[in-house]
Design a protein around this ligand. Structure first.
Ligand SMILES: Cc1ncc(COP(=O)(O)O)c(C=O)c1O
Length: 359
């Protein structure tokens, strides 16, 4: 029986990649804002419909760079239902994470809870478009405007996501995309920081390059958050297939949804904008943690990898003081993502559907 992994990176044609790599060898330029990085930033900006965008070494670094742009340290209101990268970026930059519980079903942060947690120490809001499901950006941007607190969206999963017919990357002060190999669109490792203004983009560009603003002048205490020509080459190859990747993913997603709705009573993600959803992940929410464990064990027997993504709920991370978030804790204990990747075939999806239906 062929093993079904939870995820598998998209591989462009080797010849497409080789052609771009030949150019790197000819130019003898491998990092520090080479031609391919500049071209990828332009193409990604066009794809995401945003003018100010910077290619960085990872999504996590992107979150950290955006946080470095804040004028003061303090508390960052965020969601407990995410990958630890979100919370860890906040901690690494010297801020305190404050967790606002999530909306059941949609799994994105509850704007009413965000509002209730705003205080004199609030430095920013960092919501996550969970599994590519847009959070309530209208409510969050309104809160951000009312209290004059920047919103940094963790848009790690949001490649191609739209809201009301427009790219979700137009929202907030910053949005950070991950292009790690496990993401629907990837650059092997990497990420993009989308900025609201040209000044912020310039700041991110300097911060990701040690703070240089000239060959021997340093304006800011920056880091090495740049990405390379080799990663940009992978991104440019994948960009040639971006629309096909998105379209196929949406079809695979709809296939799972239709079959699971017909054959099982399992709870599925409530999409905030169905037409604009990118199909990034397919989470299923079991009735209990026991049932979720049983599904994972049964998957092991059938060579199907179900991934508990995200668990634990981040308010329960052992290195943090505990904050109460009952919805996220319960959801994290009984949610897992079904295998989903570009090359996945219908027959493989059918095996996964049969597994869930058998429980
Ligand atoms: C929600 C979320 N935010 C941030 C990240 C970090 O992205 P990266 O792996 O590119 O650092 C991830 C990684 O998977 C993620 O799932």
């Amino acid at each position: 029986m062929k093993r079904i992994p939870s995820n598998r990176p998209f591989f462009p044609n080797r010849s497409e990649f080789d052609k771009l790599v030949d150019g790197i060898w000819e130019r003898k330029w491998i990092t520090n804002q080479g031609d391919l990085v500049t071209e990828l930033e332009k193409k990604m900006g066009d794809f995401l419909e945003v003018p100010h965008i910077s290619f960085v070494s990872s999504g996590t670094t992107g979150l950290q760079l955006a946080l470095k742009c804040l004028p003061e340290k303090g508390e960052v209101i965020t969601t407990p239902f995410s990958y630890p990268a979100t919370t860890n970026a906040i901690i690494q930059e010297g801020f305190t994470p404050i967790f606002a519980d999530i909306l059941p079903g949609k799994l994105t942060v509850d704007p009413a809870v965000i509002k209730s947690l705003i205080g004199p120490k609030t430095a920013a809001i960092m919501p996550v478009h969970v599994y590519g499901n847009n959070c309530d950006t209208d409510a969050i941007d309104e809160i951000s405007g009312e209290f004059n607190i920047p919103a940094i969206y963790d848009a790690a999963h949001s490649f191609g996501a739209r809201k009301g017919g427009k790219s979700i990357f137009g929202k907030g002060d910053f949005s950070v995309l991950s292009t790690h190999a496990t993401k629907m669109f990837h650059t092997a490792n990497g990420g993009f920081v989308v900025c609201k203004t040209a000044q912020d983009r310039q700041r991110i560009d300097r911060l990701k390059n040690f703070g240089h603003n000239g060959p021997n002048t340093f304006e800011l205490p920056g880091i090495n958050g740049k990405n390379s020509e080799l990663h940009a080459a992978m991104g440019l190859c994948n960009m040639m297939h971006a629309n096909a990747i998105l379209e196929k993913r949406k079809n695979q997603w709809a296939y799972y949804r239709d079959a699971l709705q017909k054959q099982t009573g399992i709870e599925l993600l409530q999409l905030s904008d169905e037409a604009g959803y990118n199909g990034a992940y397919f989470p299923v929410i079991f009735k209990s943690a026991d049932l979720c464990r049983k599904a994972i064990d049964e998957g092991v027997k059938r060579q199907i990898e179900l991934r508990k993504y995200f668990s634990p709920s981040l308010n329960q991370l052992q290195y943090l003081d505990y904050q109460v978030c009952p919805v996220a804790e319960s959801t994290a204990s009984r949610t897992c993502c079904l295998p989903l990747y570009h090359e996945m075939e219908r027959a493989e999806q059918d095996r996964v559907i049969a597994l869930i239906a058998s429980l």
